[in-house]
Design a protein around this ligand. Sequence first.
Ligand code: IMP
Length: 194
Amino acid sequence: MTTMKRKIVFATNNAHKLEEVAAILGEEFEVLGLRAIGCTADIPETSDTFAGNALQKAQYVKEHYGYDCFADDSGLEVDVLDGAPGVYSARYSGGGSEENMTKLLHKLTGKSERGAQFRTVIALLIGEETHLFEGIVRGTIINERCGEGGFGYDPIFVPEGYDLTFAQLGSEVKNRISHRAKAVEQLAKFLRND
Ligand code: IMP
């Protein structure tokens, strides 16, 4: 007997994220990205919270395409900067990742308090219900870049319990302990029991 896979849309164009999430959700689900449902729109993300942005993306898909859907939003929150760059992590400096790290390191020059966290919020719209899932990984911002792997702020973030940056730890370790992994695990647990 063949069982129908449950179709769910992940509001992203990032093939790497899609693959990672599909692997965690497992065989029972068919995870479709935006391209697969014919959505080429630049979905607005105008909120000043992660949850707000994730909801905005998921609601756009649900309204325009009718699918059950989830969306994520993530960023880096630095304690002494009152949670900045936060939702503005990708566009912190107006340049790319290198410029973002340079700006952050500059802001932290001479500061001994280096605590920070990566946070992901996933918004799920399923049937008539809305659910939010969160993943956090605490760590510290070091003084200079270390490592070549990863993306974004990975070369300057050392997760708690490790002596290496996310860029040095490699994807296998990172995908086990990251903010995104934790949020996706919560989502997967919910969907499997639903
Ligand atoms: P997104 O919402 O997952 O696209 O993340 C927004 C921005 O937050 C990225 O462009 C990065 O600057 C930063 N960010 C999110 N997750 C990570 C991570 O795992 N490593 C490094 N930077 C990240």
